[in-house]
Design a protein around this ligand. Structure first.
Ligand code: AMP
Ligand code: TRP
Length: 341
């Protein structure tokens, strides 16, 4: 990096592809709120609908999921005044900068992305070109705001490294110090929330069993039932985390308790040492209901007024464009495109 000082600015995005889980809340949203509340950064959060359509989305479902995701952001504590909250397709500069990054990034870089390999699978000839170019659009999301910090889950680390490579290559190719080299922020008690049925799998909206996850739309009874029925083992809880090494399901419940209560996993295990799950699970269920049920209730309330959600997103897009338009214009100028004149 050169000497350019960039404003401390956070950007992150979530795809409106439907089905929000406790994993999204603890792994992503909660940290988005913390970074907003810290007051040290400008915070910008986005529903990345252009990323969602890299695989098929039913148009009506996409519209509904985008509004539901907006409701989730707000219900979880993102304040659309203090943060900029908007929808990617309403800020055309993302797609415009992504085109330039398509011309900076190399085929080989994209081909090495594990998400591409996983999602395209054996049938990559039939995957969309958008799915292959996905990380260049993600780099554009971040760099169109000169964002310096990006909170994400573990699974997005490789894409953030690619974002740094794109910024670096652009700066080198054009002999400028224009794009910041972004820092990933991957930390916290629950960067990986696991399935309630199988402690070796990530809690995911795509798991066929609804009992494997807590959905942000679940009501109090459903949340409590899923925790009561979560897979565990017959042993009592040990007095150190070490004792949970080969007990992934038990470890997951301890981690979830820690993340929801704001304690460390060490503190939780010290308090619960010797307890049977018959005692620990009801305590966890009570805590989960206390934290999650008000968010889902608030989401339902917000979802009832679509016009209000649309108004908030339109205002967010306007504020986002105030930052994005001059950065795109400068980028065009650096590249030698007359478009911005
Ligand atoms: P996705 O819904 O997979 O697009 O993820 C949106 C955000 O939630 C990303 O930052 C993910 O890393 C995070 N996330 C999704 N599932 C989990 C999980 N089970 N544990 C922790 N973080 C997650
Ligand atoms: N790829 C991210 C995911 O699937 C979503 C995303 C798109 C994103 N653009 C971003 C995350 C920019 C952080 C910054 O979770």
């Amino acid at each position: 990096m050169g000497d350019t000082a960039f404003t401390p600015r956070v950007f992150s995005g979530i795809q409106p592809s439907g089905g929000l889980t406790l994993g999204n809340y603890l792994g992503a949203m909660r940290r988005f709120v913390e970074m907003q509340d810290a007051g040290t950064y400008e915070t910008i959060y986005c529903m990345v609908d252009l990323h969602a359509i890299t695989v098929w989305q039913e148009p009506d479902a996409l519209r509904k999921n985008t509004r539901e995701l907006a409701a989730f952001f707000i219900a979880a504590g993102i304040d659309p005044e203090r943060s900029i909250l908007f929808n990617q397709s309403q800020v055309p500069e993302h797609a415009q900068l992504a085109w330039i990054f398509n011309c900076v990034a190399r085929m080989g870089w994209m081909g090495r992305m594990t998400q591409w390999k996983d999602k395209a699978g054996k049938n990559s000839e039939n995957a969309s070109l958008g799915l292959f170019a996905y990380p260049a659009l993600m780099a554009a999301d971040i760099l169109i705001y000169h964002a310096t910090h990006v909170p994400v889950g573990e699974d997005q680390k490789q894409h953030l490294e690619l974002t740094r490579d794109i910024a670096q290559k652009f700066n080198n190719d054009f002999k400028v110090d224009f794009f910041p080299i972004t820092e990933p922020v991957i930390e916290g008690a629950a960067t990986r929330v696991m399935s309630l049925r199988d402690g070796s799998k990530k809690m995911s909206k795509s798991d066929p069993s609804d009992m494997s996850r807590i959905n942000m739309s679940d009501d109090a009874d459903t949340i409590a039932k899923k925790i009561r029925k979560a897979k565990t083992d017959p042993e009592p809880l040990p007095d150190t985390l070490d004792g949970l090494k080969d007990r992934p399901e038990a470890r997951n419940l301890v981690d979830i308790y820690a993340a929801l209560s704001g304690m460390t996993a060490e503190q939780v295990i010290a308090d619960a040492a010797g307890q049977q799950f018959g005692q620990f699970k009801p305590a966890l269920a009570e805590l989960a209901v206390e934290k999650i049920a008000p968010i889902s209730a608030e989401m339902r309330r917000l979802m009832a007024d679509e016009a209000e959600i649309d108004r908030i997103l339109a205002r967010g897009a306007e504020r986002a464009r105030e930052i994005a338009i001059p950065i795109l214009a400068k980028t065009y100028d650096i590249v030698g495109l007359l478009g911005a004149r």
